[in-house]
Structure formats: C-alpha cells, structure tokens
Design a protein around this ligand. Structure first.
Ligand code: ZN
Length: 117
C-alpha cells in the first residue's frame, strides 16, 4: 500500500465535486467549521484565526467514511477546520493501521499453515 495520499479529483471524486458538492457543503456550513466528533461545538470561521489554535482557518471538506470520496451524499460530508479534519483523519488512520496489522497476522498464520500441509 502506498504511503502517499495524493488527491486525484478526476479519478476519485464525483464530476460535480467542485461545481456542486463542495459549494453546497460550504454553503450549508455558513463559512464556519461544522464541528467534529472531537470538537462538536467548533465554529471556527473560514479565513479568520482559529479561536483555539490561532492558525488562519481554511475550511476543507471531510469525508466521514474513508474510501467514500465518490459520495454525493451531503450528509456524509462536513466542512471542517484544520484541527477538526486532521484529528478525525489521524483517528481513522490509527484505527485502519490496527486493522491492517490484525489482518496481516491472520494472513501470516494462514500462510504458515499452508506451508506445513
Ligand atoms: Zn473545527
């Protein structure tokens, strides 16, 4: 598996991502962070210093479910500030890495059994 997470909008995202989906989510959000599971009350305003981190907020669209880049379901998308987006993604990556290690252990065990038969 590649360690790079380069975004390929043409390949991975719906054709109307830039024209419809992204603007619709940002419009719903009212130019503010919509709040994440970790920070449900975050309403950091786009282009302004974040009230907690002090970094200028750049809202990005987060996918609630990994591998769901092709979705056109706005209920599965959130406009989030860097703090909310990054922490949510890290949590997903940690969970996925644990799952990958578990699967690799199982596969290694199966390979070992096959070699002995
Ligand atoms: Zn936020």
């Amino acid at each position: 598996m590649s360690r790079k997470h380069r975004i390929d909008y043409k390949r991975d995202y719906p054709a109307n991502w830039h024209s419809e989906i992204r603007p619709a989510v940002l419009s719903r959000a009212g130019n503010r962070c919509e709040g994440s599971p970790r920070y449900p009350d975050c309403r950091a305003e786009n282009g302004r210093p974040h009230p907690v981190t002090g970094s200028v907020v750049v809202l990005t669209i987060a996918h609630l479910y990994e591998g769901d880049k092709a979705t056109q379901d706005l209920t599965r998308l959130r406009a989030w500030c860097q703090r909310c987006h990054l922490l949510y993604d890290i949590w997903q990556h940690v969970r996925n890495a644990a799952e990958t290690r578990r699967r690799q252990r199982i596969e290694a065990g199966q390979l070992e059994m096959e070699a002995r038969s």
